[in-house]
Write a protein that binds this ligand. Structure first.
Ligand code: BG6
Length: 502
């Protein structure tokens, strides 16, 4: 793992919130344990909540105990790490609070006898992003173009228009190089590995095109419901929450052209080309390309769970989708006529994110019918989580005197190949911010283009109203209509390999 090389001040707005507790501080703690986070550094939580420094530290410790990939924190290292934590109670509308923050940061520079990299992490609702960035700029905190970096959490806008407005606002105050729009999927090892797998292996790249590939499926299934985030989710839904960002970013990596260099803008330009090439279905065709659903009460992994409309923070008459399935086309030479099927949902039978590349059938079947009973097309399965790795499924001859084929597989698993536990996505991405590497972050134009891709579906649903919102029992693979979407093309959804019955 890379290491940071300069002193760093992390300022987390929304320091008392869920993300800081669940993801950000466990990630920083693990980076520090791994020696990847250079001393000196400080983590300043900023929030409106009334909390003593001791309360703040205790809450973060609780988050590490619950969510760190290493499990519970040990006393002695945690105590040393906790010395780097501080809490500032502030109203984001209060100028004096930003002056106090600036004084604290200047004090750190003096104490460290070096100008620290300043990471301002906006782990806040989208509505406060603008006033917050304005305050940071007014207080001169973003003035140093080299060392001040602003990290924006998703959702980045609520639709194309609001994303454009937000980009215009941010770009009016800051150069693009200071803005890090985070999509944590891009920090996941198996997602980053898609580039390595495609472009560092001569045998792969020539196969990834319309000549050999029948279709691609991207599934991001979650067993959990909306948990404590009903208030946010009910205004977002699966298309905005997952497809506009995570699934489209994975699609870009699967579909992009080979980059010339590994430079941030080169990679992002290649992804932009994919987004621009995704067909926008017109009003007469859009209904053949999308299905949505909302979970009702049911059973997930042996546990009885409530329906979406019974979840805290959710409108009891909500028509927000918790499941979406899409068919997309990429209009370019490589992918013409190869459908990309995407689906994601909450309260599905299990948690699994996987890309399935299904190859075309052999052009001529020379084997007798008796040999090919259970023949399956060749499939390449990129397991993003859990059981991270890659599975290649192909045909082999069953041992015996007659020719009979069977589907077998080879497996690359991170666990057995590398042995170590992989860094969490947020670890990788936080380190990238400190190092000023924006490769795995979304540029403003990418975010807008991704909104353009989902726009026809959002508009279609808006016109359609709530009349046609299918429900699916929790613990199933979404509404019946989602199966229809792919079955109409003579295909079926492939159950993610990590959820297959043994
Ligand atoms: C977040 C979404 O971006 O990703 C959540 O807002 C979702 O709704 C989460 O649960 C899934 O992330 P992961 O890493 O658990 O697959």
């Amino acid at each position: 793992m890379a290491t940071t090389t300069s002193p760093t001040a992390f300022v987390i707005f929304g320091g008392g919130g869920d993300l800081t507790w669940r993801k950000l501080v466990p990630a920083l703690y693990n980076l520090w344990l791994d020696g990847a986070l250079h001393e000196p550094f400080r983590v300043i939580g900023v929030d409106l909540k009334e909390m003593t420094p001791a309360d703040f530290t205790a809450r973060l410790r609780d988050g590490v105990d619950l969510f760190s990939r290493r499990g519970k924190a040990e006393e002695e290292p945690w105590a040393r790490f906790a010395e780097h934590l501080s809490y500032l109670r502030a109203d984001f509308a209060d100028k004096a609070a930003f002056a106090a923050l600036a004084a604290e940061l200047d004090g750190l520079d003096r104490a460290w006898e070096a100008p620290a990299v300043r990471v301002f992490y906006l782990s806040t609702p989208p509505s406060v992003v603008r006033p917050l960035v304005q305050q940071l700029c007014d207080a001169g905190l973003a003035a140093d173009r080299e060392r001040a970096r602003i990290v924006c959490e998703k959702p980045f806008g609520h639709d194309l228009e609001s994303a454009r407005e937000l980009n215009a606002f941010l770009n009016g105050l800051l150069p693009e190089s200071q803005i890090y729009r985070i999509d944590h999927y891009l920090g996941k090892e198996p997602v980053q590995n898609i580039l390595a797998f495609r472009f560092a292996n001569t045998v792969q790249e020539p196969l990834w095109n319309r000549r050999y590939i029948d279709h691609v499926q991207i599934t991001v299934a979650e067993a959990v419901g909306v948990e404590s985030r009903g208030g946010y989710y009910d205004h977002a839904g699966a298309l905005r929450d997952m497809v506009q960002n995570h699934l489209l970013q994975v699609l870009c990596l699967v579909a992009m052209e080979p980059p010339v260099t590994f430079d941030a803008d080169e990679l992002r330009n290649k992804k932009m080309d994919v987004l621009r090439a995704i067909r926008r279905p017109g009003p007469e065709l859009v209904q053949n390309h999308v299905e949505r659903g909302q979970y009702s009460a049911g059973w997930v992994r042996g546990e009885r769970v409530p329906g979406y409309r019974e979840e805290p923070g959710v409108d009891p008459a909500s028509t927000t989708e918790t499941f979406v399935a899409l068919k997309l086309w990429i209009d370019n030479w490589r992918w013409q006529d190869v459908p990309f099927y995407l689906r994601t949902g909450k309260r599905l039978p299990g948690q699994a994110s996987e890309v399935c590349i299904q190859f075309r059938p052999v052009p001529h079947q020379a084997f007798p019918a008796s040999a090919i009973g259970e023949m399956e097309p060749n499939r390449l399965l990129l397991r993003i989580q859990p059981h991270e790795g890659i599975v290649m499924r192909f045909q082999a001859k069953r041992p015996g005197s007659s020719m009979r084929l069977a589907t077998v597989e080879t497996l690359f698993s991170y666990d057995s190949a590398f042995g170590t536990s992989e860094p969490e996505a947020y670890e990788t991405l936080l380190l990238d911010v400190v190092e000023g590497d924006a490769t795995q972050f979304m540029r403003g134009d990418q975010v807008e283009e991704a909104w353009e891709v989902v726009l026809p579906f959002l508009q279609y649903w808006q016109q359609q109203g709530s009349a046609d919102l299918p429900r699916y029992p929790a613990g199933t693979w979404g509404p019946e209509s989602a199966h229809g979407l792919i079955a109409r093309d003579g295909r079926v959804w492939v159950v993610p390999s990590s959820l297959e019955e043994p």
